[in-house]
Design a protein around this ligand. Structure first.
Ligand code: BDR
Ligand code: CA
Length: 315
């Protein structure tokens, strides 16, 4: 029985890859995509989510739009320089025949969580605004989340958007603080495990050669490859969001340790930093499973083979 899955996302190049990975994976049943401001504005993340699903022949998956900005302080800056101003690396995917779901994201998530006979996994791969709102508006529904897997934060690797902060946490620090100090069963997939996980150009070439879906996915990645070369000194793509989706598909892929985590919500240089207490293994109900160990080669191989398989399915 596949695990019901919802993805909360801001596509975003690596978000697009993460959505495609979920669609290629029989262990999960993608029931819902909710969108949030982040890499680009909400209108674009929503349109991009629709188009990515359509690319994979899955415009039946509902897309519900969520928060257009962060909870307290407006998001300081988008990431168009990384993802392209429209969010998909300058690639224009064909429009989807599907319309945006009329429900706000928190309502769509609430209905899914309440109606599902099985515990639902949520993977949050953008700023945490929608998840924080769900917690505050529909706590009983949030309490039904089976697993919340978050791409965000950093325990020991510093930041990527500032010296201290990872982008998704920095983009809505107050939301991240609310979520990471809640009792939701949370796994935090941060830069400690994503930065070493690099999809190189040979891997990209493998799914690019598989067919039209893989070729489009590879084209979307090209801008990210160029950015990663300058930003991280790598000759490939750092796999952030797809690694979180991998952990959602195959729980236990990453080695985690229960830690207490708080977010710096001050307005100084440390804003958005995740302060992960690595002195002890926590037994607090609010503790978070922090991903500290990854087999990066295996994770990349999994991603490449799953993406290549998309073109082998009947669409
Ligand atoms: C995260 O920030 C975004 O730009 C990516 O899509 C990913 O979710 C990495 O820090
Ligand atoms: Ca993202």
């Amino acid at each position: 029985m596949p695990t019901p899955l919802a993805i909360d996302t801001d596509p975003g190049i690596d978000d697009a890859l993460a959505i495609l990975l979920a669609l290629a994976s029989p262990e999960v049943d993608l029931k819902l995509v909710t969108t949030v401001h982040g890499n680009v504005d909400l209108a674009r993340t929503t349109e991009n989510a629709l188009r990515v699903l359509h690319l994979a022949g899955r415009s039946d998956v509902p897309v519900a739009a969520g928060a257009h900005d962060s909870l307290v302080h407006p998001q300081p800056e988008r990431a168009g320089h990384v993802h392209g101003t429209a969010g998909l690396g300058g690639v224009e995917l064909p429009p989807s025949p599907a319309a945006v779901d009329p429900r706000p994201a928190v309502v769509a998530l609430t209905e899914l969580l309440t109606a599902s006979p099985e515990p639902v996994t949520i993977v949050a791969i953008g700023p945490l605004t929608n998840i924080a709102l769900l917690l505050r508006v529909h706590p009983a529904a949030a309490a039904r989340i089976g697993r919340l897997v978050i791409m965000g934060g950093s325990a020991a690797r510093g930041g990527n958007v500032t010296a201290a902060a990872e982008f998704n946490v920095w983009a809505d620090a107050e939301a991240a603080q609310a979520v990471l100090t809640s009792t939701l069963p949370t796994v935090l997939v941060g830069l400690d495990v994503t930065l070493p996980t690099v999809l190189d150009e040979d891997g990209i070439a493998r799914f690019a050669a598989a067919g039209p879906i893989g070729a489009r996915a590879a084209a979307i990645l090209q801008q990210y490859v160029d950015h990663a070369r300058t930003a991280y000194g790598t000759t490939g793509v750092v796999v952030h969001d797809a690694l979180a989706v991998t952990e959602a598909i195959l729980p236990g892929t990453l080695g985690t340790v229960r830690r207490d985590v708080v977010v710096d919500t001050g307005l100084g240089f440390g804003r958005g930093q995740t302060l992960v207490d690595r002195r002890t293994v926590s037994t607090a109900p609010t503790a978070v499973e922090v991903a500290e160990h990854v087999d990066s080669a295996a994770a990349v191989e999994f991603l490449v083979s799953r993406l290549a398989s998309l073109d082998a399915r009947p669409v």
